[in-house]
Design a protein around this ligand. Structure first.
Ligand SMILES: [Zn+2]
Length: 94
């Protein structure tokens, strides 16, 4: 598990990535990638860094999920109710 988290940290230290891209890069399910995020946020914070979340937005109506506190991606848009949400994108800030 540690190795997988280190891989995620290495990937998003270089560029912001969303859950779909991360899961594909690691060859694991999206649910599994999401489960690692809180642990990654904690370990990065312990090293003086930050897991930055670039807000998700709706591809259909443009709604931006700016105030979302949860790390997991929203499944559908609260405004137009469609499941066409892009992002969020995760990045490590050192
Ligand atoms: Zn929408």
């Amino acid at each position: 598990m540690g190795t997988l988290r280190q891989q995620i940290i290495a990937l998003i230290s270089e560029q912001p990535m969303d859950i779909v891209a991360l899961s594909q890069a690691l060859g694991i399910r999206e649910k599994e990638t999401i489960a690692h995020l809180p642990h990654i946020a904690k370990s990065i914070a312990g090293r003086g860094g930050r897991l930055k979340v670039h807000p998700a937005h709706c591809d259909a109506c443009g709604y931006a999920f700016k105030d979302r506190r949860r790390l997991s991606p929203p499944s559908r848009c609260p405004k137009c109710k469609l499941a066409r949400v892009l992002g969020p994108w995760y990045e490590i800030e050192h």
